[in-house]
Design a protein around this ligand. Structure first.
Ligand SMILES: Cc1ncc(COP(=O)(O)O)c(C=O)c1O
Length: 392
């Protein structure tokens, strides 16, 4: 049974693997060897990991020794937020403040909540504007109070696609000597992400948003930082992330990152044009729809279109579109299924109705004009049915 939707507009949740990554991973799965073993098979697997590390480092403007492989974005975010907090605590127990935004992915958001609830950290929520942007001035004002352990601000938002001024924010954090982490999971597939040029101390990336497999990612981490590990064990990855390295997945991640980077410029233009057309078609069909997030342009991911449809429940609309073969998302996939208004839209000042009746269409490598036209042809009818269902 083919369960792929006819029209897949949910690349921000996960994007199909590139054929090159599937081929690399499949080949590697046929080989034996733990990269930590000293025999020939182990050394071969280690070579694969180290070559992949170099490839990932090159794509993201880092040194190979700055790449720590993890099981994905969630683990890398946890390691950055908790690990850096603990290491700063060791430096000075007065470093208790963790600065972040309320539009982060739950991997950061809930790590910060956990630190506050169980580790006596103090969370500081940097204010975002109605487009979801944090300004350097907001960060500067927050850093003026002492006792800052670390800052975490995502590079690009997974719901509304807002791209933060990461270079400027990282520069402010550096002025105050506070480690700066950014979750670049969504940005890495679509816009240039250069670790050294960004000035960030730590960056999170993951495989499955850029054509690689699920379950592998990396924390790119400056050599001078030594976060306290979240997982203890065999001491792999600079003693920061223990666990046997998954050579097949790591190789596929590296291949996917390299292929994606090679094609990024042309692809981003193509996808942005499709996205702009999608926005036009949705407005033509549903004139009172509201586009959430920044206007299309440099402050918005090229593949993101996020709307509120007044008078609709997002989940009902999603299921109506799904029944017609169009896959999209309410908020982030990780929280979909839980009938709660989007925390991102609420932080941006949207009222609860707007936050509930929202849908994200995210475009990617396989998206075509025919996909956009298919959505354009059915969205008006789906919205009026969802409105009738909610009594409008
Ligand atoms: C911004 C962001 N951070 C982190 C994650 C989690 O990454 P992973 O699925 O690799 O754990 C996601 C996944 O949706 C994301 O969008």
């Amino acid at each position: 049974m083919n369960t792929s939707p006819e029209v897949y507009l949910d690349h921000a949740a996960t994007s199909p693997m590139l054929p090159e990554a599937i081929a690399a991973m499949t080949e590697e799965l046929g080989h034996l060897g733990n990269p930590s073993s000293l025999h020939n098979a182990g050394r071969r697997a280690r070579r694969v990991v180290e070559e992949s590390r170099e490839q990932v480092a090159e794509v993201f403007g880092a040194r190979a020794s700055e790449v720590i492989f993890t099981s994905g974005g969630t683990e890398a975010d946890n390691l950055a937020v908790k690990g850096l907090y603990w290491s700063r605590q060791k430096e000075d127990p007065a470093f208790r403040r963790v600065l972040t935004t309320s539009v982060e992915h739950h991997a950061v958001l809930d790590s910060v909540h956990w630190l506050e609830e169980s580790q006596e950290a103090e969370s500081v929520w940097l204010k975002v504007d109605e487009a979801g942007l944090v300004t350097p001035d907001v960060l500067r004002a927050a850093l003026e109070s002492g006792g800052n352990a670390m800052v975490s601000v995502m590079w690009a938002n997974n719901e509304v696609g807002t791209v933060q001024p990461i270079g400027e924010l990282a520069a402010v954090a550096r002025e105050y000597g506070v480690p700066f982490h950014s979750d670049a999971v969504q940005a890495a597939a679509q816009i240039p992400v250069h670790f050294a040029e960004s000035g960030a101390d730590a960056l999170t990336v993951t495989g499955h948003k850029l054509g690689g497999p699920v379950g592998v990612g990396a924390l790119i981490l400056g050599r001078s930082l030594a976060p306290v590990p979240v997982m203890h064990g065999g001491g792999q990855e600079r003693d920061i992330r223990s666990g046997t390295l998954d050579a097949p997945a790591i190789r596929a991640l590296a291949v996917a990152a390299a292929v994606t980077a090679d094609r990024r410029e042309a692809e981003s233009k193509r996808i942005a044009a499709l996205r702009d057309n999608l926005v036009q078609q949705v407005f033509a069909a549903v004139p009172d729809a509201v586009l959430n997030g920044p206007p299309p342009g440099p402050s918005r991911l090229p593949g993101n279109a996020h709307f509120s449809f007044p008078g609709c429940e997002g989940d009902a609309l999603l299921l109506l579109l799904d029944a017609k073969g169009v896959a999209c998302s309410t908020g982030s996939a990780c929280t979909a299924g839980v009938a709660e208004p989007s925390h991102v839209l609420l932080a941006m000042g949207a009222d609860e109705g707007r936050a509930r009746g929202s849908l994200r269409f995210s475009l990617g490598r396989t998206t075509t004009q025919a996909d956009v036209d298919a959505l354009g042809a059915i969205i008006a009818e789906a919205v009026s049915r969802a409105r009738r269902a909610s009594g409008r």
